[in-house]
Design a protein around this ligand. Structure first.
Ligand SMILES: CC(C)(COP(=O)(O)OP(=O)(O)OC[C@H]1O[C@@H](n2cnc3c(N)ncnc32)[C@H](O)[C@@H]1OP(=O)(O)O)[C@@H](O)C(=O)NCCC(=O)NCCS
Length: 150
């Protein structure tokens, strides 16, 4: 998988991926904001056979970062692509001097929680009623960047 920075021409394909993967997918305006207006945002796409099979955005705000979204096309899951994408983000935030990296995940999302735990993220908080679509709780997870598993 080749990973590069997302651009506006990618958005149509990324939206298809979002719809396939998420019950509350991000829309075009959201990605346009991330790409053009949010100075703290880094969005990446992963490409296999000329197709976008993975997308992820992170916010890097001085010494703190947050993974805001990550997804891998269903047909390409469990092949190590999310791991590769996260490693790229981790390398980037390390270079930027970030000390802690956060994310939120649905408490029922076993694959994603296992992925994050494999890098050393730990649950730091439960956010009750976090998701408006089904009122599900979220785990806030955090890793100290210097202790991230490579
Ligand atoms: C979560 C997600 C990004 C993982 O992507 P992936 O490319 O399949 O993950 P990887 O192949 O890199 O897996 C890395 C590790 O994560 C864990 N993992 C991934 N999928 C798993 C599953 N279905 N069950 C249990 N553990 C899983 C494992 O520890 C795995 O390592 P292993 O394969 O050596 O056991 C993918 O399932 C996805 O896109 N889900 C829908 C969107 C989503 O929920 N995103 C996260 C929002 S917080």
């Amino acid at each position: 998988m080749m990973i590069r920075v997302m651009n506006e021409q990618d958005i149509e394909e990324v939206l298809l991926l979002e719809k396939e993967l998420f019950s509350s997918p991000w829309n075009r305006e959201h990605f346009l904001f991330e790409l053009n207006e949010n100075p703290f945002s880094l969005c990446l796409v992963g490409i296999v056979d000329d197709q976008i099979i993975s997308a992820s955005c992170a916010w890097i705000i001085y010494e703190r970062a947050e993974i805001s979204t990550i997804g891998v096309h269903k047909a390409y899951q469990r092949k190590g692509y999310a791991k590769k994408m996260l490693k790229m983000i981790h390398d980037h935030v390390k270079k930027q001097g970030v000390s802690q990296i956060f994310l939120e995940v649905r408490v029922s999302n076993v694959p994603a929680i296992a992925l994050y735990e494999s890098f050393g993220y730990k649950v730091t908080k439960i956010r009750k009623n976090y998701y408006s679509d089904n009122h599900e709780d979220a785990y806030e997870m955090m890793a100290e960047v210097r202790y991230l598993v490579k």
